[in-house]
Design a protein around this ligand. Structure first.
Ligand SMILES: [Zn+2]
Ligand SMILES: [Zn+2]
Length: 391
C-alpha cells in the first residue's frame, strides 16, 4: 500500500504528472522527461504517461469559439456562416416558484448574501431537493448522488474551513455542479428545437419557442422551465458578463482543480475527485444531447471527454493499485479507513463506500480489475452516473 504524500502547497506546475506524484525533480522542457524516459526504457508498465499539467486545460478556451456566453444563460451559437442568440429566461416565474423548483446559480445568491461562501452554501442546499427542481431528468439514484455530492462539498467546507487547499481545489465539486447548471440550461432547449434546420427557421420568429412553465412529472416531482428565445444574431453582440463566471472559466477551474487535487497524492481527496468525475459525465451527456440542434458545443464536448479520460488516468494510477476505486472487485472500506487513519464512520469513508455499496447492491457484474484502463473505467462510470441499473 502506498503511503499518502501530504503536501501543503499545490503541485509544482512545471513538473509532469508522474514526477509530481513521485516527488521527483522533473525536466519537462522535453517530453518525455528524463525520469519518464528512463522508466519506459526500464520496461515500466505504469499507466501514467509523461504529461504536463498545463495540457489538461489548454484547449478549453478555444473550444468555446463557436459558443460565446454573453450572460448567465445567454449564448451566441455559431453554425457555419450563421449565428444565433439563445436566451434562457426564468424571470417570468414567480419568485416562490423559482425558489422551490429551479436551480439558481451562486451569482443569484450573491445578490442576497453578502458572503461568497454563504452564497455557495445556498447554491449547494438546492441539491437536497433536486427532484423538485430537475424532476423527470434523471433516475432517482442519480438525483440522490447529486444530493450527496452537494452535501459532501458543504461538509468539506464546514469541517475544514481553514483548508490548506487552493480555492479551485476546495470548491471543485461546487464548480462541477455549476458547470452542470450551465449545460442543463442549454440542453433544456433540445426537446423543443429538434434539428439544426429548425434553428434557422425558429430564429426568424419573434415568439419564444417555450414560455415559462412549471411541470409535474410522473413521480410527482417538479421542474421549472424557463422562457426560451432563439433569434438571429450578428455574432458580435456586446456583452458584459464577468469572464470568471462563464461556463468556460468554471470548466477550467474544475478540471485544473481536480488535477492538482489528485497530484497532491492524498487518498482523502478521492471521494471528492470521484464526485467531480461523476458530475462531469452528466455535463458531457447534456452537450451530447445538444448536438441535434447545434454543432456549436461539439468542440467543448470533445475537450470534456478527453479531460475526463486524462483525469481518470491519474485517478486510477492513484487508487487502483490498492484496489480502492469504487468499481474494483477488491474495494474494501475498512482498508480505505485505515489508509486515512480514521474509522469507517468517517464522512469520507461513508461517501466513498456509498458508491461501492450501490454498485454491488444492484448486482452489477461489471466490476473491473485493478489493471482496467481508463476506457473501461469510464464506460462503467457513465452507466453508474445515469443509474442505468435502476431500469
Ligand atoms: Zn517528469
Ligand atoms: Zn515525465
Amino acid at each position: 500500500m502506498k503511503d499518502a504524500i501530504i503536501r501543503i502547497h499545490p503541485p509544482v506546475m512545471t513538473a509532469c504528472w508522474r514526477c509530481v506524484l513521485r516527488s521527483e525533480r522533473c525536466d519537462i522542457e522535453r517530453l518525455p522527461c528524463t525520469n519518464c524516459r528512463t522508466a519506459y526504457e526500464n520496461g515500466s508498465e505504469e499507466r501514467l504517461r509523461c504529461e504536463s499539467q498545463t495540457r489538461l486545460t489548454e484547449d478549453v478556451e478555444a473550444a468555446f469559439n463557436t459558443a460565446t456566453q454573453i450572460g448567465q444563460s445567454n449564448w451566441i451559437l455559431r453554425e457555419d456562416q450563421d449565428a444565433f442568440k439563445l436566451t434562457i429566461d426564468y424571470s417570468e416565474l414567480a419568485p416562490p416558484l423559482l425558489e422551490a423548483h429551479a436551480v439558481r446559480d451562486v451569482l443569484d445568491f450573491r445578490r442576497i448574501e453578502s458572503e461568497l461562501n454563504e452564497a455557495r452554501l445556498c447554491f449547494l442546499a438546492q441539491f437536497i431537493t433536486i427532484s423538485s427542481r430537475w424532476g423527470g431528468l434523471y433516475e432517482r439514484m442519480t438525483e440522490n448522488t447529486l444530493t450527496h455530492a452537494a452535501r459532501y462539498q458543504a461538509l468539506l467546507y464546514s469541517t475544514e474551513p481553514e483548508s490548506p487547499l487552493t480555492e479551485k481545489e476546495q470548491w471543485v465539486i461546487l464548480n462541477a455542479l455549476r458547470c452542470l447548471l450551465n449545460t442543463r440550461n442549454v440542453e433544456e432547449i433540445t426537446g423543443y428545437l429538434g434539428t439544426r434546420d429548425n434553428l434557422a427557421a425558429i430564429s426568424s420568429e419573434t415568439e419564444p419557442i417555450l414560455s415559462a412553465t412549471l411541470v409535474r412529472h410522473l413521480r410527482g416531482n417538479w421542474s421549472a422551465h424557463p422562457t426560451i428565445y432563439v433569434t438571429e444574431s450578428s455574432g458580435n453582440e456586446p456583452h458584459f458578463f464577468e469572464s470568471s463566471e462563464t461556463f468556460a472559466s468554471l470548466l477550467t477551474s474544475t478540471l485544473s482543480g481536480t488535477q492538482s487535487l489528485l497530484l497532491r497524492g492524498r487518498p482523502k481527496d478521492w471521494p471528492t475527485v470521484f464526485y467531480v468525475l461523476y458530475v462531469l459525465t452528466l455535463v458531457h451527456s447534456d452537450l451530447f444531447n445538444c448536438r441535434g440542434y447545434t454543432t456549436a458545443f461539439d468542440e467543448v464536448r470533445r475537450v470534456i471527454k478527453e479531460s475526463l479520460k486524462s483525469l481518470s488516468v491519474i485517478f486510477l494510477s492513484c487508487c487502483s493499485e490498492s484496489g480502492l476505486q469504487p468499481f474494483s472487485s477488491r474495494f474494501d472500506k475498512t482498508r480505505y479507513a485505515l489508509m486515512l487513519g480514521v474509522d469507517t464512520a468517517h464522512m469520507s469513508v461513508q461517501h466513498y463506500d456509498r458508491h461501492r455499496t450501490l454498485w454491488v447492491k444492484e448486482d452489477r457484474p461489471d466490476e473491473i480489475d485493478d489493471e482496467a484502463n481508463e476506457d473501461q473505467f469510464m464506460r462503467i462510470l457513465y452507466e453508474y452516473s445515469f443509474g442505468f441499473m435502476c431500469f
